[in-house]
Design a binder for this molecule. Structure first.
Ligand code: FAD
Ligand code: NAP
Length: 484
């Protein structure tokens, strides 16, 4: 039996949502008659989108039952496998009338039509599990990997445990200037003793301890006014112990005058960049920078064209970049090549130009150009009773707060359709039918109480070393520990 109570990891970027309590549900829920059939709803994916969609449905409907299916044996999606280990914070949420079924991959172990048959409604919240490719020569060379795989590696995502990046080089280049790029740069440059108290995997910590990487370049095809990272993450980078920033003042000329045109968050971010690039640091900061053994730099107006092979062809020796200039204004500002080229030597290339969703099942429409399930406010186009939320709904951008808002909206649409009689009437078997199918296929789901045992095991393994937990990274070991 799946457990009814969730402990749920988050971080400061998360908005506080009060624990769900069945006794304090706002007025909207009273619009549903208590005589109605119990709506059986299924959510695919247990990241923020899945959990927040479930939370909304349970809070706003007094009888709804929600089952969450998750392919990993453990819940929480990118909160466990994406958010950087040096950014921890624990939040809790409690939830009733809800079950977690881990170790069930929808599209492989059970199909979406089978779920639709068993439930009144299905919500797809399965995130973005792929990365956007650079589509340049040399991308397949050893020494080149996606930031997505690198993040998965240090955060214990089972499929990335074989990555073992070679950090024996002096210089790493990260292509892209978003928050994922900054996360990766920070993990590469943070003194290992500062990571020892986080839940980064032991294997990653061991590799990082041996790292010889001294300089990390973050390369953007546009300019300082177009960086995709945010101020909090930039500030952390500027203050990172043992490192100094490398910014070319030439990139910032004339920027001060343009600040009045830009919205306030972008203005504050650009001011911080300007101060760091143009102002002479005070004596304390100057001394800190002078003693730094590692450096990170922002390289602007450079678009990647090729990863250059090492002489033996067995690794990366650098990245060939097209020098760009900007055309257009505001959001439409584009980088166009000037014709000039520049080679940036390095031994490690991490491409951080965005995540990408995959199609889940031939019966579900998918826009492969945009990498999303086509939908109107969460209702999947032309498939009644099918909904989506999170990154698979709107693309792979936005923090957890954004994902929460769009998940609540999807939940609202679903409940509107339920109230309007647009979902199938009559009882549906829900998990009973799916458990029978899974059992006939030899799939053993992991319940939330199973996860709590794994959680306790991770915490116990972390004890004594001063770490919050030692993550289990092998699904077979997890299933073995559960006696499956
Ligand atoms: P996900 O979190 O990816 O969840 C999708 C879930 O679906 C996963 O558990 C996956 O295993 C499961 N799944 C996939 N396919 C299937 C299938 N076929 N069957 C069953 N289950 C499936 N935001 C912040 O606010 N703060 C941060 O510090 C922060 N750090 C981030 C760091 C990184 C590296 C990244 C990439 C993002 C970060 N974000 C952060 C953004 C945040 O993680 C996203 O907004 C959020 O996770 C998106 O939620 P989601 O539920 O759509 O996707
Ligand atoms: P992102 O914010 O979309 O950044 C992608 C970067 O890649 C941009 O600099 C973009 O430049 C560049 N890029 C895209 N295509 C390119 C190409 N073909 N060639 C060169 N550069 C290219 O994506 P992300 O960094 O993966 O982050 C995803 C989301 O998660 C974001 O919303 C982010 O804020 C969030 N997140 C938050 C945190 C946090 O809160 N701490 C941490 C990590 C992630 P252009 O602008 O020129 O396209």
């Amino acid at each position: 039996m799946a457990s009814r109570c969730w402990r749920w990891w988050g971080r400061s970027a998360w908005p506080w949502t009060p624990p769900l309590s069945v006794g304090s549900i706002p007025s909207f829920r009273h619009q549903f008659s208590t005589q109605e059939t119990t709506p059986q709803i299924c959510v695919v994916g247990s990241g923020p989108a899945g959990f927040y969609t479930a939370q909304h449905l349970l809070k706003q409907h007094p009888q709804a039952h929600v089952d969450i299916y998750e392919k990993q044996p453990v819940p929480f999606g990118l909160v466990r496998f994406g958010v950087a280990p040096d950014h921890p914070e624990v939040k809790t949420a409690h939830c009733g009338r809800c079950a977690f079924w881990g170790n069930v991959e929808v599209g492989r172990d059970v199909t979406v039509p089978e779920l639709r048959e068993a439930y009144h409604a299905v919500v797809l919240s399965y995130g973005a599990e792929d990365h956007r490719a650079l589509e340049i020569p040399g991308e397949e060379l050893p020494g080149v990997c996606s930031a997505r795989a690198f993040v998965g590696w240090y955060n214990g995502l089972p499929e990335n445990q074989e990555l073992k990046p070679d950090l024996s080089c002096d210089t790493a280049v990260i292509l892209g200037q978003g928050n994922v790029a900054l996360d990766v740069a920070r993990i590469l440059l943070t003194p290992p003793e500062h990571l020892e108290k986080t839940d980064i995997t032991k294997a990653a910590l061991d590799v990082l301890r041996q790292s010889r990487v001294k300089t990390v370049w973050l390369v953007g095809r546009r300019g300082p006014l177009q960086v995709a990272f945010t101020i909090k993450e930039l500030r952390e980078m500027i203050q990172l112990p043992g490192t100094r920033p490398i910014l070319d003042p030439v990139d910032f000329l004339g920027l001060q005058d343009r600040l009045k045109e830009v919205p306030r968050p972008r203005k504050r971010l650009t001011e911080l960049l300007l101060r760091t690039a143009m102002e002479k640091p005070g004596p304390e900061e100057a001394a800190r920078r002078a003693s730094a053994s590692r450096a990170w730099g922002l390289r602007f107006f450079r678009s990647p064209q090729q990863v250059l092979p090492s002489p033996d062809g067995q690794g990366a020796a650098g990245v060939r970049l097209a020098v760009t200039r900007l055309e257009g204004v505001g959001e439409a500002t584009r980088a166009v090549p000037t014709g000039a080229m520049e080679d940036l030597p390095c031994g490690l290339v991490l491409s951080s130009i965005g995540y990408k969703s995959r199609p889940i099942d031939p019966s579900v429409p998918f826009d492969s150009k945009l990498g999303v399930i086509p939908n109107v406010e969460g209702r999947v186009t032309d498939v009644p009773g099918l909904y989506c939320s999170g990154w698979v709904k709107r693309g792979p951008t936005g923090v957890i707060a954004t994902t929460m808002t769009d998940s609540f909206l999807t939940g609202q649409m679903l409940l509107q359709d339920l109230k309007a009689g647009l979902l199938p009437s009559g009882p549906r078997p829900g998990s009973a039918a799916i458990q029978a199918l899974l059992s006939s296929r030899g799939v053993q789901p992991v319940s939330f109480s199973d996860w709590e045992k794994l959680d306790a095991e991770e915490v116990a393994r972390g004890q004594g070393t001063g770490r919050p937990r030692e993550k289990l990274v092998d699904p077979q070991e997890m299933l073995h520990l559960l006696g499956h």
